[in-house]
Design a protein around this ligand. Structure first.
Ligand code: AMP
Length: 228
């Protein structure tokens, strides 16, 4: 029995897709629309590098080369984030899991907490376009809003639409050479997870070459279903 105002559950969503597919942009949109918590392991690792923690020191050179940080480090970071109070209303995982071992660790972590992956969403894109998409992107240094030189420039040049700040930053690993290594890591180690979630019956495929708004609409529909 379902009703339009049925009580909603706290969903666990995964965004799968190569660098540049729009995982971060879409995760932030889901966060503001559905009050889900975006858990982006890349952001957490960059914060660890900036803070000079042990995990950050171990991760830095691997990230600069476009490889994958060890499963142990990433799973430990993710476990802490899952247990934070702000993850209680549901999470959208952005950039995790990236290997079969991480997917297995996630299934176990969730099972221990009486939760499960409700939807694994594959953002499907054309690889050839990814290098251009990534090399044009930048973010607001104050609020983290994402932009792109041609696809999504701020409405007023040099001013963040979201918070009005005027400082922006570009990621060190968003250069053509590192992007190619990141795409290779994705195809070798992460793309096989699509079959993992297809087997579990939780896979959803979304055409992520469509506009940001069209992709957001598709993801909102999937999220509504996952919550009810
Ligand atoms: P991202 O911001 O998701 O593009 O991640 C940036 C970099 O952080 C990646 O190229 C990896 O070096 C590292 N990283 C992020 N998430 C993971 C993960 N789940 N497993 C291994 N490495 C990761």
């Amino acid at each position: 029995m379902s009703a339009p105002d049925a009580i909603t559950r706290a969903p666990v969503l995964i965004l799968l897709g190569p660098p540049g597919a729009g995982k971060g942009t879409q995760a932030r949109m889901l966060e503001s629309r559905f009050h889900l918590k975006q858990l982006a392991t890349g952001d957490m690792l960059r914060a660890a590098v900036a803070a000079g923690t042990e995990a950050g020191r171990a991760a830095q050179s691997v990230m600069e080369a476009g490889g994958l940080v060890s499963d142990d480090i990433v799973v430990a970071i993710l476990r802490d984030a899952l247990d934070a109070p702000d993850a209680a209303a549901g999470v959208v995982l952005d950039g995790f899991p990236r290997t079969e071992a991480q997917a297995a660790a996630l299934d176990a972590l969730l099972a221990e907490r009486g939760r499960q992956v409700d939807a694994a969403i594959a953002l499907e894109v054309d690889d050839a376009e990814m290098v251009g998409r990534i090399s044009g992107r930048f973010t607001c240094a104050a609020c983290g809003e994402g932009y792109h030189d041609t696809n999504k420039p701020p409405a007023r040049e040099g001013v963040c639409d979201n918070c009005g700040a005027t400082e922006f930053s570009r990621r060190a690993d968003d250069n053509a050479e590192t992007v190619r290594a990141r795409l290779e890591a994705y195809h070798e180690q992460t793309a096989p997870l699509i079959a993992h979630y297809a087997r579990l019956g939780t896979l959803e495929r979304v055409d992520a070459m469509a506009s940001i708004d069209a992709v957001a609409t598709a993801l909102a529909r999937i999220t509504e279903r996952a919550r009810s």
